[in-house]
Design a protein around this ligand. Structure first.
Ligand SMILES: [Ca+2]
Ligand SMILES: [Ca+2]
Ligand SMILES: [Ca+2]
Length: 401
């Protein structure tokens, strides 16, 4: 089974199926000026003028305001961030916008090198684990070292550090911490899903406290063991390893969404890719009914090579990571922090976010004829703190019945 979306080649193919012309480019240091596709969007006043990350003020973080990301920023009143496990090709954790936003295994951080200080079966697992090479070093390896690290980009879209004067600021900056789970490599067979490896990784992530699992990839066949692992995490009531699985819905014209989006499990939230024109990306696969939320895909800037490179990208992967970070930012707020995964899904994601009047433009094909609800943090809006998308009804929003 192929882990789609993870080799640089496949990733670039995904990036090519967008809603607007775009130039993927890598920049050394952030230039603090609009990049190519971001000029499609007006650099209007930002929702949080106090935030000092230069991409925000250069008008390159449209997607943050699109999901009311500033409402999920409230570090001073936040008890504990939500751990988001990013299942991908590893990540460059020394990147300037990532290094302070990592989940950390405290027992290993204060333990001895070469010793499994917390007895979880993994020696020196500080920020996650490399399940491909069975190593605590979660950095990209093989061909990924010299190419795009998909996982680095994803981790930054979940939780890139806000207010550090550089780069970007993800909606999950204050509320999410990223656990790096290296599941695939870039060479030969390592690009394929190994079901047994994935089962071990799922067990690790949930046991170590990940409450959101982010899958910016999909695969077409599965096994009974993998199904059972996902069912325990994403479906069984009362499961001690219950977590929310945020699953990508691909936009390359695939006839079906693939796993894990294809699972009919209660704790699966699917990210529907939305362009900066409010439309569902062309070629988006039909998503099964359930918790399906639109999330930005095009013209998104995230982390590239360390220590300070950034990339302008688009694709359904982006939507997934942004949604995962956004959910963490909302979930970790004082109002919802004590909610179980099922309570959070029922009360917030299904009860509020899915019921929003804010929708993508009506689509031209099933199951998107009426568009999809757009993910945002407006559930956190108060009379004192608001965001532009929570205040301004869109034309297509008013047109809805
Ligand atoms: Ca350990
Ligand atoms: Ca150790
Ligand atoms: Ca930053």
């Amino acid at each position: 089974m192929q882990w789609r979306g993870y080799s640089a080649r496949l990733c670039l193919a995904i990036l090519g199926s967008a809603t607007a012309p775009v130039v993927a480019q890598e920049t050394s240091g952030f230039p603090c000026q609009p990049l190519v596709c971001s000029t499609l969007l007006p650099a209007t006043p930002v929702d949080d003028p106090k935030t000092n990350d230069c991409a925000y003020h250069a008008g390159n973080l449209w997607w943050v305001d699109y999901v009311a990301g500033s409402l999920a920023w409230s570090a001073h009143e936040r008890a504990k961030p939500v751990t988001v496990a990013v299942f991908d090709d590893g990540a460059w954790i020394d990147h300037e916008d990532l290094r302070n936003k990592l989940w950390t295994n405290e027992a290993e951080a204060h333990g001895q090198a070469g010793v499994d200080d917390d007895g979880n079966g993994y020696v020196d697992d500080l920020h996650g684990w490399d399940f491909v090479d069975n190593s605590p070093d979660v950095s990209p390896k093989g061909a990924c070292r010299d190419r795009v690290s998909h996982g680095t980009l994803m981790a930054s879209l979940v939780a890139a550090e806000r207010n550090n004067h550089v780069g970007i600021a993800a909606p999950g900056s204050d509320g999410a911490r990223v656990m790096i789970v290296r599941m695939v490599g870039c060479d030969g067979d390592t690009t394929k899903v190994d079901p047994a490896r994935l089962v071990r990784a799922l067990e690790y992530a949930t046991r170590m406290g990940a409450r959101i699992l982010s899958f910016s990839a999909h695969w077409s066949v599965t096994t009974p063991e993998l199904d059972a692992a996902f069912r325990e995490i994403a479906d069984r009531p009362g499961s001690p390893v219950a977590a929310i699985v945020v699953a990508s819905v691909p936009n390359k014209g695939e006839p079906v969404a693939g796993y894990p989006a294809a699972y009919d499990f209660r704790r699966i939230v699917r990210a529907i890719p939305i362009g900066n024109d409010d439309e569902i990306s062309p070629g988006t696969s039909p998503a099964p009914p359930g918790l399906n939320l639109g999330s930005p895909s095009a013209c998104v800037i995230g982390a590239g090579r360390p220590p300070a490179q950034y990339r302008l990208e688009q694709g359904s992967s982006n939507s997934t990571a942004i949604l995962a970070g956004l959910l963490a930012g909302i979930w970790s707020s004082p109002r919802y922090a004590k909610f179980s995964p099922d309570e959070f899904l029922a009360g917030v994601v299904e009860g509020r976010m899915s019921k929003t009047a804010r929708h993508s433009k009506p689509g031209s094909r099933p199951p998107y004829l009426e568009g999809v609800p757009l993910a945002d943090a407006c559930v956190l809006a108060t009379e004192h703190r608001s965001a532009s998308v929570c205040r301004q009804p869109e034309a297509h929003r008013e047109a809805r019945p």
